[in-house]
Structures are given as structure tokens and as C-alpha cells.
Design a protein around this ligand. Sequence first.
Ligand SMILES: Cc1cc2nc3c(=O)[nH]c(=O)nc-3n(C[C@H](O)[C@H](O)[C@H](O)COP(=O)(O)O)c2cc1C
Length: 195
Amino acid sequence: MIKEERLESKLKSGKRLSKLDAPKEINSNEYVLKDNDFIVSKTDPKGYITYCNRIFVEAAGWSRFELIGANHNIIRHPHMPKIAFKILWDLIQSKKEFFGFVKNLRKNGGFYWVFAYITPDLDLNGNIVGYTSFRKKPNTEGVRQIEPIYKELLEAEKRGGIAESYELLKKLLSANDENVIEKYHKLVFDLQKGI
Ligand SMILES: Cc1cc2nc3c(=O)[nH]c(=O)nc-3n(C[C@H](O)[C@H](O)[C@H](O)COP(=O)(O)O)c2cc1C
């Protein structure tokens, strides 16, 4: 069977990889993106991957065959706090853009950091038909600064769930419910610019 037919029959079979299939053992081997690398993926409205480019395949360590049809959470790293993904989905589902630093899990248990941009794909009636994400190499100093923040948010999450980590995020950003996203994005851009 040629590749595309194999892919089609896999998709029809309904087998979808997800974070449950991701490696349970993580390690500290980092894959660093090159300066000109651009990772691209597209998903359907539920977050199942419909497209990925070669750089994504290289970074994630899963084959294109494995990635197409998988839930995007296949690369979810356990060091990422849930609140980051709640912000992501709240924004894109309300047809807004998301920017953020994301630590991703590789198939071999290693990791790679990205500066991510995600945007909804709309049809001509304004309906969400999927999402597209582009990622590039993050500012190294920005990663160094966001890491302890994610760690604190994760600890808050372990103590009191996502509600407690959201309260902590607002406190860290000196923000309230109205301006927390604006302040979060300002922090992300300042870190990426190296301010
Ligand atoms: C277009 C798009 C790209 C995404 N990229 C990533 C990513 O690079 N890493 C990641 O962990 N989650 C990414 N997500 C979010 C995942 O869908 C998921 O919410 C996240 O991994 C947390 O999984 P969980 O809520 O099942 O624990 C992306 C979602 C979309 C729609």
C-alpha cells in the first residue's frame, strides 16, 4: 500500500494517539531548534493533528504517520501547567490568537522549547474549521525566566487545582480577570524580545 493509502486506512480505523501513548519516563535531553526552524501544525476543531511539517516530525520524534490523526496533546510535557493550555484554548475558541513559551515532550522522553503562535482557521461564515500553529526557537533567556514561573504554577495546581494556579498567575502579573491575558501576552513578548 502506498503511504497516503496507509494513512487513510489508519485514520478510518479511528486509532488516535494521545498523551496516554506518550512516554511515561521523561529525561533531560534537550533538542534545540535551529535559528531558522519553523514548526508548523494544523488541527481540526478538537485538536487532532491534520497537518505537520518536516521540522515538527524531527523535533517531536514521532513519524508523520503517527502524528497525523493524533491528539495534539501527544507532545504535552508534564512540566507544563494546565493553566497555560486553558489560556490557549479559551483564546483560540473565542477566535483570538495565542502566543506562549511551551515545553514539549519528544517521543524519546526528551524535550524541546518553542515560542508558539496559534490561530483559529475560519470559514467565510466565521465558523472555526480548525487551528494552525507556528513555532520558532524561543529566546534562551526568556525560557530561563519562564521556567520557574511554570514550576510555581504547577505547584499551585498540585495544591489547589487550576483555580489556585490562575490566582497565582494573576498575582505574579499584578493582574485582574479583565487584564490578565493582556499582561500575560506582554510578558511573553518581553521575554521573547529579551527585555
Ligand atoms: C494548533 C494547536 C497546536 C497546539 N500545540 C501544542 C503544543 O505544541 N504542545 C502542547 O503541549 N499542546 C499543544 N496544543 C494544545 C493541546 O491541544 C492540549 O490542549 C495540551 O497539550 C494539553 O493537553 P491536555 O489538556 O489533554 O492535558 C495545541 C493545540 C492546537 C489547537
